[in-house]
Write a protein that binds this ligand. Structure first.
Ligand code: GAR
Length: 177
């Protein structure tokens, strides 16, 4: 069986969804305050809190993450709200996918839900893609579109949150097939 790891920085709603559906072998966060830590505890998933402040460069930080993933013999790392730009130290060694709340290549980076809602297109959505050196770049695996017609921002936000879980599941199934 393929071994999965989830990397997260915040709430961990996507992590929680994955933990209900899959056997997650490892969780990693860069944020000791992340609410997602409770998800790891609840599901008894081994958790590593690796804080950037303990490392002198982005490369040395990524080296530690890579070491941790390799120690656990992880086949696929799922970035579910892991808010860091990764260096080639990570991207060249680790099979990883990333979830992003827009129809990439639109709205890379932060606040993608807000940017998508207020842009000129009638559709927004979510993407799951392979991780590359480029922020929110890399080959697309799955996209889910959402029509913005008639939705308030809060309704759109909720629709995105649901679509994220669906898209992540589909991408993982596709990869593990
Ligand atoms: C999700 O909306 C995810 O798409 C986004 O972070 C959020 C994490 O939520 N990721 C990015 O913006 C990556 N550039 P969660 O902690 O509740 O899963």
């Amino acid at each position: 069986m393929k071994k999965l790891a989830v990397l997260f920085s915040g709430k961990g709603t996507n992590f929680a969804h994955l933990a209900q559906r899959y056997n997650i072998s490892l969780a990693i966060t860069n944020n000791p305050q992340a609410q997602g830590i409770e998800v790891a505890k609840h599901h008894h998933i081994p958790l590593s809190i690796i804080e950037p402040k303990d490392f002198s460069s982005r490369e040395s930080y990524d080296k530690e993450i890579v070491k941790c993933l390799k120690n656990h013999e992880i086949d696929l790392a799922v970035l579910a709200g892991f808010m860091r730009i990764l260096t080639p130290v990570f991207t060249k060694q680790i099979n990883a996918i990333n979830l992003h709340p827009s129809l990439l290549p639109r709205h890379k980076g932060m606040n993608a839900i807000e940017k998508s809602f207020y842009d000129e297109y009638s559709q927004g959505g979510v993407s799951v893609h392979w991780v590359s050196d480029e922020l929110d770049g890399g080959e697309l695996i799955v996209q889910r579109e959402i029509s913005k017609a008639g939705l308030s921002f809060d309704e759109y936000y909720e629709a995105i949150k649901m679509a994220e879980k669906e898209a992540l599941g589909l991408a993982i199934e596709k990869i593990l097939e």
